[in-house]
Design a protein around this ligand. Structure first.
Ligand code: MLT
Length: 251
């Protein structure tokens, strides 16, 4: 598994959203607080690695990241992700809760897909078969960023999605639509948790983060103003500040 990393010190694993790559964590990799090492893996099929075919599950992506921790000789770490990266974070916690010193859940949700959500995933699987990654980019972009996002951010996200391989997108859609409900997991999370959400997130709106905030024992919630779903890209300074404050807070 390939990854990006920056900084020296205690490890922080940052998992990217769908259908993106670890490059979407560049603003945070460029602003690592002293004493920390940020590690952003490219999930299987995205940004690197051998070709991927469905079926994949969130547990498969989680197993890849746990194997990376082993390979880097990291017993535990701060572990988190944005959106799909959050779903993989939940799957890692189900498998190996002791490896979490803290958790980050950015623009994500605990619930499984609704029947309508699953239907939309099926339609997107047809879209990627018919129109490729460019079709997926055209459909997703308006939901990923707020209307005020800078043109270069929109162009970066479009380029990133368009470079994804259709089989990797298809496999990830299968994993997303079949992912389990993580709501029962929330009460089992005993480490400190940072929840973040863009105030204009159209995919996992602030109400999703507020429900997780109420259900997790040691959670803090940072609402990122003037940001859509990819809040770490759209308001990188505010997101990185919330992350640094969380990492600096007492355990
Ligand atoms: C993501 O950003 O990872 C996806 O939009 C998540 C989802 O569609 O549920």
């Amino acid at each position: 598994m390939a990854w990006l990393e920056s900084g020296r010190g205690w490890p922080v694993i940052l998992l990217h959203g769908f259908p993106l790559t670890a490059d979407t964590w560049r603003p945070q990799l460029d602003a690592v607080p002293d004493g920390w090492r940020f590690i952003a893996p490219h999930l299987r099929g995205f940004g690197s690695g051998p070709p991927v075919q469905a079926p994949m599950s969130v547990a498969d992506y989680a197993a890849d990241v746990l194997a990376l921790l082993d390979a880097l000789a990291l017993d535990d770490a701060v572990i988190g992700g944005l959106s799909m990266g959050g779903y993989v974070t939940f799957a890692m916690h189900r498998a190996a809760p002791a490896r979490f010193t803290r958790m980050i859940l950015a623009d994500t949700r605990a619930e499984a897909d609704t029947p309508q959500g699953r239907e939309a995933r099926m339609q997107m699987r047809e879209l990627v078969a018919r129109a490729g990654a460019a079709g997926v980019a055209a459909q997703m972009l308006p939901k990923l960023l707020s209307p005020a996002a800078p043109a270069e951010t929109v162009a970066f996200v479009r380029r990133t999605i368009e470079s994804a391989s259709p089989p990797a997108i298809d496999a990830a859609l299968g994993a997303l639509m079949d992912r389990p409900d993580s709501t029962p997991e929330l009460a089992r999370i005993s480490c400190p948790v940072l929840l973040t959400v863009g105030d204009a997130d159209a995919i996992t709106p602030p109400a999703d983060a507020e429900r997780m905030h109420a259900a997790i024992a040691r959670a803090s919630l940072a609402v990122i103003r003037d940001a859509g779903h990819l809040a770490n890209l759209e308001q990188p300074a505010a997101f990185s500040r919330a992350l640094a404050d969380f990492l600096a807070s007492a355990l």
